[in-house]
Write a protein that binds this ligand. Structure first.
Ligand code: 5RP
Length: 225
């Protein structure tokens, strides 16, 4: 049987190979947006290799901004970058149609804004993130604090089991509900329905706004959905 250390190394190698494949998408004078999480961090670790090709960098979270600054990049606010050429980010789940659940790290609002502000959104994942049906991973919903209970009741009426992510305040001062047991048969419809609930800031479904490519890394190499 494979040791725990060996399987952690294999997942890391898979994330790295997805990150390596995404690096090839960086054009000259690239205005680049970056998401959040361990897979994105693997991508950030490779960025110094292509530093001269990057014109501007925008980040979806404070955590990513700190990492980019440590790597010597100047991080500009999105409002100063204009439309981004490329946005690279991970995901918690992807189906075969490139519809995603994101927000495990709590940065879903910044991530959705950057994805919407980019010509190309490329998602990088390891194979464990591939699913037939979205929803095994609890669906994150960022809510304005005063609306948390009201939104939770609406989500429960939709068949979900919302749970308050205790102790987490987002970069925008909001709270997160993680919704279990939703059968996400129509992700586009559900994304719209949840967005309509007053008090919802962002739902972590990226279906209407899915990436143009999902790069799936394996320890042996990467392939694209
Ligand atoms: C953060 C996210 C991340 O992209 C997602 O949680 C995947 O993270 P990781 O690459 O660490 O598995 O959506 O809000």
């Amino acid at each position: 049987m494979r040791s725990k250390k060996a399987s952690i190394e294999a997942v890391r190698a898979a994330k790295r190979s997805a990150a390596q494949a995404a690096l090839e998408r960086i054009c000259h004078d690239c205005r680049l947006g970056l998401g959040t999480g361990s897979t994105t961090n693997e991508f950030i670790a490779l960025l110094p290799k292509v530093r001269e090709r990057i014109k501007a960098v925008a980040s979806s979270s404070q955590a990513t901004t700190a990492l980019l600054r440590d790597a010597g990049f100047e991080v500009s606010p999105l409002s100063q970058c204009g439309t981004l050429d490329l946005y690279v980010d991970g995901a918690d789940e992807t189906d075969d149609h490139r519809r995603l659940i994101k927000g495990g790290g709590g940065a879903l609002t910044g991530e959705k804004i950057l994805a919407a502000s980019s010509r190309q959104f490329v998602c990088i994942v390891d194979e464990s993130k591939r699913v037939k049906l979205l929803g095994n991973f609890p669906l994150p919903v960022e809510v304005i604090p005063m609306a948390r209970s009201a939104v939770a009741r609406k989500l429960a009426a939709m068949g979900g089991q919302p749970q308050y992510r205790e102790g987490v305040i987002t970069d925008y001062g909001n709270e997160i509900l993680d919704v279990r047991n939703l059968r996400i048969l129509n992700p586009e419809e559900l994304e719209t329905a949840i967005n309509q609930i007053p008090g919802v800031v962002t739902v972590g479904l990226f279906a209407r706004q899915r990436p143009q490519a999902v790069i799936v890394g394996t320890p042996q190499g990467a392939y694209t959905l």
